[in-house]
Design a protein around this ligand. Structure first.
Ligand SMILES: [Zn+2]
Length: 342
């Protein structure tokens, strides 16, 4: 006979159904269990592993609570709470995902959905991750345009919107790199690593987003300016090397493609002078922003009506377009050709 639970657990108010037929027990930091009284059929319906656990022969509990079997789970109560929110709310994404925050933050929910084989939830999170970290240049440009809109919103509001800084609302690349590796979703890596090459190594996510340090004046000033931080301390030595290599590749591309172009003679000396000015400005912007894709985009727009004749203008516009495509392809090949960068 299983023994009745002797420790008085903390009960969930929301997920304590009088007709529930199983107790889920989760650990809490203070050592006391936290319990949910839920329905086996709801959990089984969405998750094979739960269905397996609830089979009469598997559910031979060592403990009971109010006569019901207690199923101990290793996940923290807060994570199981979110999982139950999803399962009891017809997998409505808004039930677990604050739409103002990036899906990358929900790496633990993705882990649970994979572990408990909850297909629709897993697919929903993965699909959103692919939008946040696109594999195509067009997707990247759409993402950047969206971030540009948010950035202007935050600047106009003096830093905070919905009580969040810009950095709170956008995805963080190091966590994404970990997630991508852990579930084998390598197509997130090109965008995540490119994004990381743009981040300031002095802006550490942990310093800016932990309660103890977030309110320090220097951190608040950075956040108000719209700084984009990264979990630098969580980046492995090997990934740091990958990052350094990628930065080198990007500067070489700028040097090769823009400096070569600068050497080439144009049909009209006046157009050549304008072209060289544009290339110099683009290069300077690529260095300042650490973002050659963005610099090429701005320079391309600037080239139009910069005072060159139409054929020369078209040639320079093409140079920037080709650079962007080549740059993105190099990035994608770096991570996907090798299959895995371990
Ligand atoms: Zn010309």
């Amino acid at each position: 006979m299983p023994a009745e639970l002797t420790v008085v657990p903390n009960r969930s108010l929301e997920f304590w159904f009088p007709d529930g037929d199983v107790i889920l027990s989760c650990p809490q930091p203070d050592g006391r269990p936290f319990v949910y009284r839920v329905h086996r059929f709801i959990l089984s319906q969405h998750s094979m592993p739960f269905a397996e656990m609830f089979k009469t022969e598997s559910l031979a509990p060592r403990q009971t609570l109010e006569g019901l079997p207690v199923l101990p789970l290793p996940e923290p109560a807060t994570e199981i709470y979110k999982l139950l929110c999803c399962l009891y709310n017809a997998l409505n994404r808004a039930a677990f995902h604050d739409l103002e925050r990036p899906i990358t933050r929900y790496d633990w929910l993705l882990r649970i959905s994979i572990q408990y084989k909850i297909g629709p939830l897993r697919e929903s999170i993965i699909s959103q991750l692919k939008t946040e970290w696109p594999i195509a240049l067009a997707g990247w440009d759409a993402r950047e345009a969206h971030i540009g809109v948010l950035r202007r919103q935050h600047a106009a509001a003096g830093g905070r919107v919905h009580n969040m800084w810009l950095d709170d609302r956008l995805s963080e690349p190091v966590l994404t790199i970990h997630t991508a590796r852990s579930i084998g979703l390598l197509q997130l890596l090109p965008a995540a690593f490119y994004d990381l090459t743009r981040r300031d190594p002095r802006a550490d996510w942990n310093a800016l987003h932990t309660v103890a340090t977030r309110l320090l004046p220097e951190n608040e000033r950075l956040l108000a300016q719209g700084v984009r931080s990264a979990r630098w301390s969580a980046l492995s030595a090997q990934d740091l090397l990958v990052l350094a290599g990628l930065k080198e590749t990007l500067s070489m591309l700028v040097r090769d493609m823009w400096d070569c172009k600068r050497m080439a003679q144009m049909a009209h000396p006046a157009c050549e002078l304008r072209r060289n000015e544009i290339l110099d400005r683009a290069k300077e912007m690529a260095i300042v922003t650490r973002d050659p894709l963005h610099a090429a985009q701005v320079a391309r727009q600037y080239t139009t009506n910069a005072g060159m004749c139409k054929p020369c203008e078209a040639e320079v516009v093409k140079c920037f377009l080709t650079f962007r495509v080549c740059c993105w392809q190099t990035l994608v090949k770096k991570f996907l050709k090798q299959g895995c960068i371990n």
